[in-house]
Design a protein around this ligand. Structure first.
Ligand code: ZN
Length: 292
C-alpha cells in the first residue's frame, strides 16, 4: 500500500476550473473518480493540504467507501494579503486566528495546515514570492494551539527564514522547504521534524518538458537540482524525508503523483533501501499508520 502525504483533491493537475465547477455545483463524481485513481494504484493513504471550498472535506467522506484513509486540515490558514488564499482562510493576527481556529475545529480537521511563506519564483533563482508571511510569535501560537488539540501541524514553508521559524515553533512536517540551508537541515534532524520536499511540481515540468514554462526552464532545472542536493545532504544528516507529490498542482496527476515523487527522489542518488524507508516507513509515520 502506497502513501501520498501531500495532495490537493480540490485541483486536478490540469484545467481545474471545470473540475471545480462541477463539484461546487453539487456533482461529486469527479471526486469519486479521483479516489478511484488512487485505489487503482493501491495508494490508500492520503493527506490533503486543504482548500477553501471544502472539497477535501467532502472527499474524506467518500474515501472510506474506497478503503482509503484520508486526512485533511479542511482548509489552511494563510496571512491576509499573502499567498495561499485558494487553499484556505486568510487571517490577520492572533485574535483572528483564535476565532477561526475554533470554527475550524467544528469540521474535525485531522491536522492543522499553515502557510507561512510564498512560493518558488520560477523566473528568478533563489527567490520566493514572500520569505515569511506570519511573524514567529504568530506561528508559535498557532502551532501550539494545534498541539493543545492533539493535532499534527503541516507547514508550507519556502526560504531558510520561514523553515527555521516553523521548526522552532514546533511544526511536525515541513512542506516544500525550497532554498533551505544546512542550519535548517541540522535543526530538522535534531528536532525529528519530517521534511516533505515535493519535487514533483518542478520535476514533472522538466520530465514532460512543459512548453508553457519554456522561458523559465533553465531556472526550474537549477532550482530542482539544488533541491535534490539539499535532500541528499538531509539524508546524510539523518533527516526523515517523506513522500508528498503535491498532486493536483499543474502536471502532477492524482494517483501517479507518489510514483513521480519516488522517481524524482531517486535522482538525489539515494539507494533502494533509503527510498523504501522514505516511501514506506517515514510516509506512514506522517499519517500515523501503525496497523500494517
Ligand atoms: Zn500543496
Amino acid at each position: 500500500m502506497h502513501v501520498d502525504c501531500h495532495i490537493h483533491i480540490a485541483l486536478n493537475g490540469q484545467n481545474y476550473k471545470e473540475y471545480q465547477n462541477k463539484i461546487l455545483q453539487g456533482d461529486y463524481q469527479p471526486i469519486k473518480d479521483v479516489l478511484k485513481e488512487y485505489k487503482k494504484r493501491n495508494v490508500l493513504y492520503l493527506r490533503d493540504g486543504g482548500d477553501r471550498f471544502g472539497i477535501s472535506y467532502i472527499a474524506r467522506e467518500f474515501a472510506s467507501d474506497e478503503g482509503i484513509t484520508y486526512k485533511t486540515p479542511i482548509y489552511a490558514f494563510c496571512k491576509v494579503g499573502s499567498y495561499g488564499s485558494f487553499l484556505g482562510k486568510p487571517i490577520n493576527g492572533i485574535d483572528d486566528f483564535k476565532n477561526e481556529f475554533r470554527r475550524l475545529l467544528r469540521y474535525k480537521p485531522d491536522h492543522l495546515k499553515l502557510i507561512v511563506s510564498g512560493i518558488v519564483d520560477f523566473s528568478s533563482y533563489g527567490h520566493v514570492t514572500e520569505e515569511m508571511s506570519f511573524d514567529f510569535d504568530e506561528i508559535y501560537y498557532m502551532v501550539q494551539s494545534a498541539k493543545d488539540e492533539n493535532l499534527q501541524v503541516m507547514v508550507h514553508a519556502n526560504s531558510s527564514k520561514s523553515v527555521r521559524a516553523a521548526i522552532m515553533a514546533g511544526a511536525d512536517t515541513i512542506e516544500h522547504g525550497y532554498f533551505i540551508l544546512n542550519e535548517e537541515l541540522y535543526l530538522m534532524a535534531e528536532k525529528n521534524v519530517i521534511w516533505i520536499p515535493t519535487l514533483s511540481p518542478l520535476g514533472n515540468l522538466i520530465k514532460y518538458n512543459d512548453k508553457r514554462f519554456e522561458k523559465q526552464m533553465d531556472n526550474i532545472k537549477k532550482i530542482y537540482f539544488n533541491h535534490l542536493e539539499c535532500i541528499r545532504k538531509a539524508v546524510q544528516l539523518g533527516v526523515k524525508i517523506a513522500i508528498g507529490s503535491d498532486a493536483g498542482s499543474h502536471k502532477v496527476m492524482h494517483g501517479q503523483g507518489c510514483f513521480n515523487e519516488i522517481e524524482h527522489l531517486k535522482k538525489a542518488g539515494l539507494d533502494d533501501e533509503k527510498i523504501k524507508e522514505i516511501a514506506i516507513k517515514n510516509s506512514r509515520l506522517v499519517l500515523n499508520i501503525t496497523n500494517d
